[in-house]
Design a binder for this molecule. Structure first.
Ligand code: 4AD
Ligand code: MG
Length: 428
């Protein structure tokens, strides 16, 4: 058996390929069979007069998504998908498929999501998920090259990481455990061990919003750096994001073509990205007619106005304390605000990163925990980090699905994860 991606090494030879049937056509003298084996797609051409009746009959009986063995001579053909074609001498049905639910026609999204286990095989889904895999690999490569140590953080946690409002709570031998909303608190603990660290994994939020940007289970990379301030934190973010985009353009050009992505919009994504303070953003929005008041968090509509006519992502930094999480460091220049940033992607994709410098003063952090009515006992270990050689540090979380949606130009992030978890969806 030869993999389709290696057909170029076998031009002129007879080979056998095993693959799932994407399409068949032709009933007269010549029939075509397109198969996919996970490494590529190839078309087999069968001439009725050149083979036994049984081979022809077998080809004619192939149904969509049957597993078939195609044997034939490899021919180079520029017009063929993948650049090669098979002149068939043999066709074998290895595992026939029942009538396949996903037909080459328009299906509703709910139908497709109900059949997600099969929908994964289709070309747009394959392209999107391959870009996702490349994005993930590029993140590991970038961080590894820049001396980060990967630290795996727990999924079952005893303390709230972000917001009390979006917790998944589960019984833990009679106590409560929460599904991690973030690994941040734990990577902070690993900083004094390794200086530059990151975690990468699934995070969970009981988001009651059914928007194109929200999943209840999504993947996040969270770098954390000792001695970095908020400014250096934003520099790291723009370097990472630029690297991810560059790698996708370089290694996923075929997939981006399948997705019909206008890549000219991505080519300029290089450091440095423009920055706007939250206070400037509010003034800008008010000048545009918005009724937003200082102190309120920015909504998707506000973000859209800020991003009009922009090709580069935009940092909005130093939000009001009241709009952000308890662990962010107070801004010494304006104590109403904290040293944090959101990175907004262009083209309507919204916030892809949330980051901040962390409060490193024990008493202030403890006061913030009380102000937010969080249970101090659950954060005793986190406060300890401020008791034993406290240090300035910053970090951020980049959402994988939102980033991949932006890079691929797909509308909804539910297609950017193999098996999306949404408010109304736990299957397949
Ligand atoms: O801004 P967030 O909530 O930040 C944190 O969790 C910090 N602890 C990160 C850190 O500083 N280490 O989330 C970070 C990113 C968002 O910018 C967004 O890309 C993504 O995670 N995100 C979601 N993606 C999909 N569905 C959701 N429900 C998401 N919530 C956040
Ligand atoms: Mg955020």
């Amino acid at each position: 058996m030869v993999e389709i991606k290696a057909l170029g090494d076998h031009v002129g030879n007879e080979v056998t390929v095993h693959g799932w049937v994407e399409a068949t056509r032709g009933h007269g003298k010549v029939a075509f069979t397109v198969v996919r084996d996970g490494t590529g797609v190839v078309q087999g051409v069968l001439v009725k007069s050149a083979v036994d009746e049984a081979v022809w009959e077998c080809q004619q009986s192939l149904t969509q998504e049957s597993l078939a063995a195609l044997t034939g001579t490899v021919k180079a053909d520029d017009r063929a998908p993948g650049g090669y074609e098979l002149s068939l001498t043999g066709v074998e049905a290895l595992a026939p498929a029942e009538e396949y639910p996903i037909q080459p026609k328009e299906h509703g999204v709910d139908f497709l999501l109900d059949h997600r286990h099969l929908w994964l095989r289709s070309s747009l889904q394959r392209a999107g998920l391959r870009v996702r895999a490349e994005v993930e690999q590029s993140i590991h490569d970038f961080l590894y090259t820049n001396d980060f140590v990967r630290v795996d953080t727990p999924i079952l946690t005893g303390a709230i990481g972000e917001h009390a409002g979006t917790l998944f709570e589960t019984d833990y031998f009679g106590d409560s455990a929460y599904m991690a909303q973030t690994g941040q608190l734990y990577v902070e603990a690993a900083c004094p061990a390794f200086r530059r660290v990151y975690c990468f994994g699934p995070t969970f939020r009981a988001e009651k919003s059914k928007t194109r940007r929200h999943l209840t289970e999504f993947w996040m990379v969270e770098p954390e750096v000792a001695f970095a301030d908020s400014n250096q934190n934003m520099e790291l973010q723009e370097q990472l994001v630029s690297y991810i985009v560059e790698r996708a353009l370089e290694r996923c050009s075929e997939e981006l073509k399948v997705l019909e992505r206008d890549t000219s919009k991505l080519e300029n994504v290089k450091p440095s990205f423009p920055r706007m303070s939250y206070t400037e953003a509010i003034a800008f929005l008010q000048a545009k007619g918005s009724e937003i008041e200082w102190g309120k968090d920015l909504g998707a509509a506000d973000e859209a106005v800020l991003m009009e006519d922009r090709d580069l992502p935009l940092f909005v930094h130093d939000y009001p304390k009241t709009a952000k999480a308890f662990y962010m460091k107070e801004n010494p220049d304006d104590p109403r605000t904290v040293l944090c940033d959101d990175l907004l992607a262009p083209e309507g994709y919204g916030e892809i990163i949330g980051g901040s410098q962390r409060e490193d003063d024990h008493d202030r952090l403890r006061a913030r925990i009380h102000e937010e009515s969080l249970p101090e006992e659950a954060y005793a270990w986190y406060l300890d980090l401020r008791k034993y050689g406290t240090f300035p540090h910053s970090g951020f979380g980049l959402g994988i699905e939102r980033t991949v949606a932006w890079i691929t130009g797909r509308h909804h992030i539910r297609e950017m994860i193999p098996f999306p978890r949404l408010m109304n969806r736990l299957y397949p």
